[in-house]
Design a protein around this ligand. Structure first.
Ligand SMILES: [Zn+2]
Length: 304
């Protein structure tokens, strides 16, 4: 399949790859759990096995979505401790023929996928948000991903939503991520007296579905923070649409309804209020679709 590209999505729990057509359709996919290890080469060889399973042959280009931070061609994904300043694009280049290799933050890849084929279709100014163990985001403006000079533009997780809010892993205080990332929401609920056999995001959402008032309050608090961040971002960027995805977004309306309510409260001007806030549509495929779209663009435009 010579008109396809190879897409790679690297996350803390799984490594995935796909052959992606020019229209964004995933032709063939494979995935493996991300090895829990401190050995960089162990993670790399797991990734090469996933790529081997795709049996891509000659492709036009390779697109990679990977957790940040990253600088130059070196990645240090927070969720993969074994990789610190790991030369991921160089390693991938050694696997494939002489074709463009494009590396982007995984949230940017997700946003590109959602804008091309998912919840952001038709939006000229679009923000994709990933709410899981962290909170990430990616911007797509006029059909182009906006990575910024260091690859981190659109990083809504570190937009401040509470001036005196909880400390954030980034060193700041009151960031959206400090309030709304899954583990922070679970911890807040536990502080309020909520408990479960396996206290995690999934069990918290299940409790909320069952009507548990603390679990509901925890999701409402997280949604409110998201809505405030969306109102600020919409005002800054004149957004058409914001899609909310990631594992914790499986809470559905328990998270999105308070998000929209807070957005309504804080978004005043008509150009801000017109922004649609919608659930992401592609699920865990969004990153692969986006990496594929980015790779096709690199092959077409010769940029990498
Ligand atoms: Zn932060």
């Amino acid at each position: 399949v010579t008109d396809a590209v190879l897409a790679i999505d690297i996350g803390g729990t799984k490594l995935a790859a796909a052959l992606v057509r020019a229209d964004g359709v995933l032709v063939r996919t494979a995935q493996r759990p991300t090895p829990v290890t401190t050995n960089a080469d162990e993670v790399w060889s797991a990734l090469t096995r996933v790529v081997d399973e795709i049996d891509a042959g000659v492709v036009r280009a390779v697109g990679i979505g990977c957790g940040g931070p990253m600088r130059g061609g070196l990645v240090s994904p927070l969720n993969i401790p074994a990789w610190r300043d790991f030369p991921l694009p160089d390693r991938v280049r050694a696997l494939v023929a002489d074709v463009p290799v494009v590396l982007r933050n995984d949230a940017i890849a997700m946003a590109v996928g959602e804008q091309a084929l998912g919840a952001g279709r038709g939006a000229r100014a679009f923000l994709g948000i990933v709410v899981s163990t962290g909170v990430g985001g990616g911007l797509v403006i006029d059909g182009e991903a906006v990575p910024g000079p260091t690859g981190n533009a659109g990083h809504i997780g570190h937009v401040v939503v509470e001036a005196d809010g909880p400390p954030c892993v980034c060193g700041g205080r009151g960031c959206l991520e400090a309030v709304a990332r899954g583990p922070a929401v679970v911890a807040w609920a536990q502080d309020q007296g909520w408990s479960a056999d396996e206290p995690d995001g999934r069990s918290l959402v299940a409790s909320a579905r069952g009507g548990d008032p603390i679990a509901l309050a925890a999701l409402t608090r997280a949604g409110r923070a998201l809505g405030i961040a969306c109102a600020s971002t919409g005002a800054l960027l004149d957004l058409d649409a914001i899609a909310v995805g990631g594992g914790f977004a499986a809470a559905g309306n328990l998270l999105l309804a308070p998000t929209m309510a807070a957005f309504e409260r804080h978004a005043g001007m008509a150009f801000v209020r017109r922004c649609r806030i919608v659930p992401a549509a592609l699920g865990s495929d969004a990153g692969l679709v986006g990496a594929g779209v980015l790779a096709h663009a690199a092959a077409d435009g010769g940029t990498d």
